[in-house]
Design a protein. Structure first.
Length: 459
């Protein structure tokens, strides 16, 4: 399980963009503070800037999004920063990048740029001796459908072997999401009941109380299924449903995720409800007759020994009553129904805005009658705090060559294959008022298991 040698230079394209400003600079300072980064950091962009303006941008980023300057770490960051200004189509840009790399022989290239510019940058890296022994970090989206994901992979693999490709989905770097896997496999009591014999259904809700926040043009191209279901929520499904990974080789976790995705039946249009919040068509960049979904609810079924017959319900939407991501695993009812009237047992895992694990149980109701009443036992409630940021963790892993938390191409393709049958389908996006739980049509999906479990406002 020995890791490759760490990268000896960090190059990021799109260095003057929004992602760099909000996420990358804060992650770089945090990595330096913990001693995880001490190599040249080369920003590449077409902004007409010089190194001093680039350093000032780093300062602005950390003051606005990085929790302020850590003087020692920031001074070290300034000393590591380099800057290359130029067009990605221009040979001179990559000549200068090669010069800035100096003696580096294992650089890592982070493409924090639109996917449309990936081919030109990747091909230039290959043509200017910047890719030998190098790694590449690719930001999602990894295509718009299965066909485009395959084409994107072919472009990347024309220069970089799959073992040197790190597809970054920040959701996999979140502390709470990783806790799903630890909770699954670090507790003996869970394994005997984590299967079709005891689990009735699984619900995953990703609710956002806000709208598209000025990103109407982006959402017109994406929609809820492409934006969060195919990637973020499928990863949650994977961690919930996967088999125990082996501990003897590094790819075991990613192998098990691929197995889960391949066992999920392609999405049936009859088991999907699309919705659009009222007012979406008035957002800047949105077509007046747009039918893009801002809400999606669906039922997934698996062909696996563990999960055959257990429905996985997923819903995600904007303009909902709260902002929260929550998993509810409902257990089957016990045979002594006279003692267990009402809601049954469940396990509730809240991933954000705080991390919570709670168990729904029944205890005797005070009084003469031998009847139970529901209660919830809190195993852990951890408010959102100062844990390592997702980009801090993931960029640090990529630099040392640990791909565990990055999407592998076969997993990307398997996840796209699940949703591909409904992309582009002429299915209506039912309107729903903002502040509600989506269109009424979604209620029928979960009628057989007692309806949706709506996340409550965090205490």
């Amino acid at each position: 399980m020995t890791l490759p040698l760490p990268a000896d230079a960090f190059v990021f394209f799109g260095a003057t963009g929004d992602l760099a400003h909000k996420k990358i600079f804060p992650a770089l300072q945090a990595m330096i503070r913990r001693g995880r980064l001490d190599v040249p950091i080369i920003g590449v962009a077409r902004a007409g800037w010089n190194l001093e303006r680039f350093r000032e941008r780093a300062r602005e980023s950390l003051e606005e999004h990085g929790g302020g300057l850590d003087r020692a770490a920031f001074d070290q960051l300034l000393g590591l920063l380099r800057y290359v200004d130029g067009d990605y189509h221009d040979q001179a840009t990559f000549d200068e990048l090669r010069r800035q790399l100096g003696d580096a022989v294992r650089p890592i290239h982070y493409l924090a740029i639109p996917p449309s510019t990936f081919p030109v940058v990747i091909n230039h890296l290959g043509g200017f001796d910047c890719a030998a022994n190098a790694r590449v970090i690719v930001e999602k989206p990894f295509g718009r459908d299965l066909a485009s994901a395959i084409k994107l992979s072919e472009t990347i693999h024309g220069v970089f072997d799959e073992s040197r490709v790190f597809r970054i989905d920040h959701y996999l770097g979140k502390e709470a999401v990783q806790n799903l896997m630890v909770f699954r496999f670090a507790n003996t009591f869970l394994e005997p009941i984590w299967n079709r014999n005891y689990v009735e259904s699984v619900q995953i809700t990703m609710a956002e109380a806000f709208g598209v926040q000025g990103r109407g043009s982006f959402y017109e191209e994406a929609g809820a299924i492409r934006d969060v279901v195919q990637n973020h929520l499928m990863q949650v499904v994977g961690f919930l449903a996967m088999e125990p990974p082996a501990t003897t080789y590094r790819e075991s976790i990613r192998d098990e995720l691929v197995k889960v995705f391949r066992q999920v039946n392609p999405l049936d249009p009859e088991k999907l409800v699309r919705g659009q919040f009222l007012g979406y068509r008035g957002e800047p960049g949105v077509a007046a007759d747009s039918d893009v979904e801002t809400f999606a609810a669906m039922r997934l079924d698996m062909n696996s020994w563990r999960w055959e017959g257990v429905p996985f319900f997923i819903r995600a939407g904007k303009g909902l009553p709260v902002t929260a991501t929550e998993v509810l695993v409902k257990l089957k009812r016990p045979p002594l129904t006279q003692l267990a009237l009402g809601a049954g047992n469940y396990l509730r895992l809240r991933l954000n805005p705080e991390f919570t694990i709670a168990l729904g149980a029944r205890v005797k109701k005070p009084g003469e009658a031998m009847v139970g009443e529901p209660t919830e036992l809190s195993l852990i409630h951890r408010p959102e705090g100062d844990e390592m940021s997702a980009y801090d963790r993931l960029l640090g892993d990529a630099i040392v060559g640990d791909a565990t938390l990055f999407a592998r191409q076969d997993a990307v393709e398997a996840a796209w294959a699940i949703v591909d049958p409904v992309l582009g389908q002429a299915m209506p996006a039912h309107p729903y008022p903002q502040g509600t739980w989506g269109p009424a049509e979604a209620l029928a999906l979960t009628a057989e298991v007692g309806g949706w479990a709506d996340p409550e406002v965090a205490p």
